[in-house]
Write a protein that binds this ligand. Structure first.
Ligand SMILES: [Zn+2]
Length: 78
């Protein structure tokens, strides 16, 4: 059974219907705007634990939702 994501508009749906987007956190000591943009786009933190993510329901309502996911076991909460 695949991982299910609870969409507030469509209910529980299989993860294959969504695309993933991590909400990046750029360190405050990086002040150059170009360097901040590079960090924001390419430098994923990939922590071992709970992180906040944005998922797009591509094959459903086509809306964004925010999910808290534990990367160790993929348990999700809203
Ligand atoms: Zn949806």
């Amino acid at each position: 059974m695949s991982i299910q994501i609870s969409c507030p508009h469509c209910g529980k749906r299989p993860i294959e219907e969504f695309t993933y987007g991590e909400i990046p956190r750029v360190p405050d000591h990086i002040t150059d705007p170009d360097a901040r943009n590079v960090d924001r786009v390419f430098m994923y933190t990939n922590p071992a634990g709970v992180q906040t993510e944005r998922w797009f329901h591509l094959y459903g309502c086509r809306r964004w939702l925010t999910v808290r996911r534990d990367t160790r076991d993929n348990q999700m909460s809203e």
